[in-house]
Ligand binder design. Sequence first.
Ligand SMILES: [Zn+2]
Length: 319
Amino acid sequence: MGAIQLTPTPATAERILHADAQRVIDAINAFTFETFKTRGGRLGSGMGSLIEAMWVYYMNGVLQNEGGEAQLCEIAWLQDHEPADFACLTRGANWDPASRLGELFRIEAKSMNIGVDEAKGHFTNLRSETREYDQLLVLVWSWTTAANQYVWPRIHDYFLGPALPIIELRDALHRQRGGTFVDAQNCPDGCEPLACTHAGEPLNAAGKRERRSGPRTCKPANVEYAANFGGLIRMLKTDNDSARQRFRDLRRANPVAHRYISFIHKHYPAEEVNQYRKAEWQTALRCAGLPTNGESASEANAILRQHLPNYQELLRDTF
Ligand SMILES: [Zn+2]
């Protein structure tokens, strides 16, 4: 009798990947420091894509070496047309991407170069394309000075978590901006409801499509699609009280939403400063037991960062 091959549950595989994630980043950084050290570091270099791909190989190495249940998981690269980058498979299982047979969950990977003002990464997967354990991976990196004018691509931080709560946050704030999602019963292309392929496609406040796969009649002039939806930073922006309230409600209600917001704001302080009013920053200082003396919003934010490691929980709980 051979040993029984166990199949990890998606929840187990998710726990394993989360537990190993920092080790994977450390291993990639050790490699890129040795190998990709160079004079000059180009933006738009494709290095972000290379780092995303390396994550697959390094995660597989960690899983393999760890043994036990971790060894029963492996990361695969999905073909171009699939709405995610990677899949976590049961090692050795038959795999059929079309039906997801053999898959535990999928992973959408994004990299953000912290040296670039407007990060290009967009997370546009639709709710209908996403299952309970599917994950979003975000890698924040930059060209970092080594010595003697040499730089290397260093991953500073990562986010790895379930995609659905982030989709919920993204879609709620999209609606707050006047955006909509196509209803198959009433598709702008006039499709037969059962034949409509545009259900759930995001349209902006001007009714223009936000993905190439949106309705043909909603194509903006001169471009294929508007490309504002799902910006990793932009999706969190709010510009009115109602949107700010929704943002705060969702941050309080869901720990994954809070973790994603906190991650983005940690690396883009100006976004965090803008999310709360000057008087609220003063309140946050007082709640933290810190003296206030007319600090500006960004000054108050800097003080909180310096003195209160869990200031983002304070922001969540106070407002
Ligand atoms: Zn349609």
